[in-house]
Design a binder for this molecule. Structure first.
Ligand code: DBV
Length: 257
């Protein structure tokens, strides 16, 4: 095990680098500590594919923790034309009544697919959601004006999203690049900034509440690991064994045992 540097990982020509840099900067005030990650997941480069669909891809991981945040991690994929991804999740400590911060910024050969949310651990629990949604919904309204809807998501995913879920698909090329700069980056900053305000304000909960939050977090983590939409892509790039271990032991590492 090693820890990623507390500085952002640098992936040459990675389109999402400014997003990770911003997040790392924004987290600095929480005094981040190293979070251990097995060496082979800190930086993994592979090449392969067919003559029509070759790839040369690197998947790198950045992670840290703070007093109130159990695990903050970024999965960073740079594969040129084949794929460019930042999947960034903040997993709060279950001693605080906080949602998850989730960002899935994905560029594939057929377009960009962008998801941003403050995701509940306990969706039908006003104590957990009310204040968050009150503050998030105006941001969602503002940000979604500039972006087309991403279309339906699976019904089974519904419990894990807030009504402020920002979800869009946009085309590759100059128009998409412009939207990413003018609409997606500002949305990322607003959502993250709001999340970090909740982190600032959070105070410890009692043991009963903490076990409810833990149960909710376990449901979320188990679902995300089981249904990870990146499984196919990562398996193609880095093989099944590496991918399964990455998903279960790094990306969604909260376990009941
Ligand atoms: N998604 C992950 C991780 C990724 C990743 C860890 C390391 O959870 C990438 C990479 N997401 C990724 C890829 C795709 C998607 C799709 C590569 C495209 C899959 C494909 O088309 O083959 C949001 N991401 C999606 C989809 C949704 C999300 C709804 C579409 C799924 C589908 O069409 O079947 N992921 C989902 C989400 C969050 C998230 C809401 C949190 C905000 O991280």
């Amino acid at each position: 095990m090693r820890s990623s540097s507390l500085e952002p990982v640098i992936l040459p020509s990675w389109r999402w680098q400014p997003f990770l840099n911003h997040a790392v900067e924004a987290l600095a005030r929480f005094e981040p500590q190293p979070y251990p990650i097995p060496e082979r997941f800190l930086w993994q480069s592979d090449s392969g594919g067919s003559t029509t669909r070759p790839f040369n891809v690197t998947t790198a991981t950045w992670a840290c923790k703070t007093n109130k945040l159990r695990q903050v991690r970024a999965a960073c994929v740079e594969g040129g034309e084949a794929a460019s991804v930042l999947n960034f999740v903040i997993n709060p400590s279950f001693n605080y009544d906080l949602p998850f911060f989730g960002a899935d910024l994905v560029t594939l050969p057929n377009g960009h697919l962008l998801a941003l949310d403050l995701q509940p651990a306990l969706k039908n629990d006003a104590l957990h959601t009310q204040l968050v949604w009150e503050k998030l919904l105006p941001l969602h309204q503002e940000c979604s004006k500039k972006l087309p809807s991403g279309g339906p998501i699976p019904a089974e995913a519904e419990p894990f999203f807030s009504p402020g879920f920002l979800w869009t698909r946009i085309p590759l090329g100059p128009e998409g690049d412009e939207l990413i700069k003018e609409a997606v980056m500002p949305a990322f900053k607003l959502y993250l900034n709001l999340y970090l305000e909740f982190v600032d304000a959070a105070t410890p909960v009692d043991a009963d509440r903490s076990s409810e939050l833990l149960a909710g977090q376990l449901r979320y983590s188990t679902y995300r690991a089981l249904k990870d939409p990146a499984r196919g892509m990562l398996t193609r790039f880095h093989g099944a064994e590496w991918t399964e271990s990455y998903i279960h032991d790094v990306l969604f590492d909260l376990r009941s045992n």
